[in-house]
Design a protein around this ligand. Sequence first.
Ligand SMILES: Nc1nc2c([nH]c(=O)n2[C@@H]2O[C@H](COP(=O)(O)OP(=O)(O)OP(=O)(O)O)[C@@H](O)[C@H]2O)c(=O)[nH]1
Length: 131
Amino acid sequence: MKKVEVVAGVIYFKDEILCVQRPKNKLHYISEKFEFPGGKIEQGETKEEALHRELLEELNVSTNIKTFFLTVVHEYPDFELTMHSFICEVDSKELTLHEHIDQKWLTINELPDLDWAAADIPIVEKLVSNG
Ligand SMILES: Nc1nc2c([nH]c(=O)n2[C@@H]2O[C@H](COP(=O)(O)OP(=O)(O)OP(=O)(O)O)[C@@H](O)[C@H]2O)c(=O)[nH]1
């Protein structure tokens, strides 16, 4: 099975976390799902470098990456995803969506209400249980 490795940012502004919605996709299980922004690691990059680059490309934000959070391995029908998530911080909510179709800033207790990509559920659950 195809393997995809990505990094993703749990981006805080004060006590709110950025959630972004993917566009329509032929793979129904990721189409219009919410996720934590990020993307694939390129050759020669560290995970943090990849995340910093992806967040600039996707959102035009420069984030302060604070700490590693959780690695999730999830088998989708067409590929196996390994996703490394990091806690990040921004000092403004200003951003531009270059790839996503919607954004929400939610507090931790509001996160479970969104329609998340399946691979993101363990990250949401850990955030909720950590409080
Ligand atoms: N960045 C990111 N990707 C995620 C998350 N959850 C999740 O299932 N994915 C999946 O991981 C895969 C890689 O995401 P990506 O955005 O880097 O890649 P892509 O295939 O959309 O773009 P690309 O073709 O330009 O590389 C996608 O299939 C995406 O659905 C998440 O929280 N963040």
